[in-house]
Design a protein around this ligand. Structure first.
Ligand SMILES: [Zn+2]
Length: 566
């Protein structure tokens, strides 16, 4: 589970405690039936051995670019081979993941001119800024400030906060969250209080870049952001991690950052505007961007450090449609050596996070080989650098070994709790796609019910490895076993989750224990087996529901494939 490079108010909620399925999918043309699946039992001793090994002190907490990485990668290749997979990257078991760490230094004050007097705001206290570009220094001088509301361009919703403005050389001032976040229900263009991709801060920086803006500044607000300024300040104070791109990210803005709410108020007041009034206007469809008649300057240096890690990939080629792919993903990396506990143990072993998901990945490979190759190819992808901000999955999605428009969908597995099986399933993100039909079929076969996601406003769907694929159009499951455990019900699940979050999450005590109850992990494994196998045995291409934020990109990429006559 991620921590670094993620502005986040609370510890990452455990997947097995999450999630929601909303109501039925919109009526469509009669869909293909979901193939029935006969599960193959996963080997508990095999799983135990893998989790014990991956989380042993010898693997040093599996930090990328360490001896721990070498051991982990070698071990996973060995397990994939033993399972009967083939190398997944054109004859190789690994995909190199080049990374870059950018740290803003010598940040000058944010200067704003054009009002009655020049305003100068202090780095850290009033604003934070950094660059996504791999460049030694950043210098934006006298760029026009434009208030762009929520900074959303969603053609499928008929919404464009950049309508009619050319942002070249200008700095966008953007509100956090989306226009209907204050709605009590989940009704509305932007799904009410449920977080959408358009409400997430990374989207806002990406969109500002697509608009050609020189810079983007998000206006902090504790309620819709759900975290205080201190979290923003500390997250942006250190290194930011990215995957290397051939263009050194020159397609991004020169500078991204956040400003304190009061700072935004002062800037808008200097332009004769009022933040509250503009925020209200920005909630209305047809809102037009507001040039502020002010200019801002931003200047800092960038310390650049490049690194390298590896994803591990195996494939079980399909029998009937080998050029169509179903993905299983799990992150193998963890934190490595970390702050020592009272006993002097400084290895963050990451047994639950995510030796469990990684072991399930190899175990599912074995089970699928045993069942015989499916119609479609099944790809088993152990990604790196999740803990640094989903970089391994992001790199794969930017440089897919198997084309994303030929990738049907997939399942991500992250931090599976030991303990009892559950009566329910939790689904992060709600009912976003036709994958729901496959989930319902698996739940029916396993006699499980759905539990609504808690904290839909926090946007957990947008914070784990499956999202790197989803944002490029590949429908991905983010599901796990629920919290109604047998025996013990919710109290049992909450006791385990509570103890883990309080004592063990990202600590040296996240360790393998020979006394673990594996029945819940095995149940979750069966669910994942059924989901992946049913997708691999159909000719169906489940899509995002109409109006979903990823529908358009999927339709476009599938259309490109058809146009190419493939
Ligand atoms: Zn983690």
């Amino acid at each position: 589970m991620t921590q670094i490079n993620e502005v986040r108010p609370v510890k990452h909620r455990l997947p097995f405690i999450a999630l929601a399925l909303a109501l039925s999918a919109p009526a469509l043309a009669k869909p293909l039936p979901v193939p029935s699946v006969t599960p193959v039992a996963l080997s508990q001793p095999g799983l135990e051995e893998m989790v014990r090994t991956l989380s042993s002190d010898a693997f040093e907490g599996r930090a990328p670019s360490t001896a721990g990485e070498d051991k982990t990668v070698a071990y996973l290749i060995d397990r994939f081979k033993a399972a009967g997979l083939q190398p997944g990257n054109r004859g190789s078991w690994t995909q190199d993941v080049p990374t870059v760490e950018i740290t803003a230094q010598n940040v000058a004050g944010l200067a704003v001119t054009g009002g009655k007097q020049t305003m100068l705001f202090a780095p850290g206290k009033d604003f934070v800024a950094g660059s996504y570009r791999v460049t030694a220094s950043t210098d934006i001088r006298d760029a026009e400030l434009v208030f762009v509301g929520y900074g959303i361009n969603a053609p499928e919703l008929g919404w464009n906060d950049y309508a009619g403005i050319d942002m070249k050389g200008k700095i966008a001032v953007i509100l956090v969250n989306d226009p209907d976040y204050e709605t009590a229900s989940e009704q509305g263009l932007f799904k009410g209080r449920r977080m959408t991709w358009y409400g997430r801060w990374p989207y806002k920086f990406e969109e500002a870049a697509r608009q050609g803006a020189a810079g983007a500044l998000i206006v902090h607000d504790t309620f819709p952001a759900a975290y205080g300024w201190n979290v923003v300040e500390s997250s942006w104070g250190g290194a930011q991690y990215f995957v290397q791109k051939p263009n050194d990210a020159m397609d991004q803005t020169q500078a991204n950052g956040w400003v304190q709410n009061d700072v935004a108020k002062q800037i808008l007041a200097a332009a004769g505007q009022d933040l509250t009034a503009l925020s209200a206007a920005a909630k209305q469809k047809g809102f037009k961007p507001v040039p502020l008649g002010l200019k801002a300057s931003l200047k800092f240096d960038n310390q650049i450090r490049k690194g390298q890690s590896r994803n591990v990939i195996g494939i079980l080629p399909g029998k009937k449609r080998p050029d169509e792919y179903v993905l299983y993903t799990a992150h193998w990396d963890h934190l490595g050596r970390c702050k020592a506990d009272a006993q002097g143990d400084d290895v963050c072993n990451g047994a639950v996070d995510n030796a469990t998901g990684t072991a399930l990945l190899a175990s599912l490979a074995q089970a699928n080989v045993k069942a015989g190759a499916a119609d479609r190819s099944q790809v088993f992808l152990a990604v790196t650098l999740e803990e640094s901000g989903l970089l391994g999955s992001e790199f794969y999605a930017q440089n897919p070994v198997y084309p994303l428009n030929r990738t049907v969908g997939g399942v991500n597995m992250d931090a599976i709790a030991p303990g009892s099986p559950a009566r329910d399933v939790q689904v992060t993100g709600g009912d976003k796609s036709e994958l729901t039909r496959y989930l319902k079929a698996a739940m029916g076969a396993m006699k499980l019910y759905e539990t609504p996601e808690d904290h839909v406003e926090r946007g957990h769907y947008y914070r784990s490895d499956h999202f790197s694929m989803a944002k490029r159009g590949v429908p991905m499951f983010a599901v796990g076993r629920g919290s109604d455990w047998v025996p013990g019900g919710k109290a049992a699940a909450e006791a385990v989750a509570g103890k883990y979050v309080k004592n063990d999450y990202h600590q040296p005590s996240d360790q393998f224990d020979g006394k673990w109850d594996w029945s819940g992990i095995l149940q979750e494994g069966e669910l994942y087996y059924r989901l992946g196998r049913s997708l691999a045995m159909t000719a169906d291409w489940p899509n995002w529901h109409p109006g979903d934020e990823f529908r358009a990109i999927r339709d476009q990429s599938r259309a490109e494939l058809r146009k190419a006559g493939k």
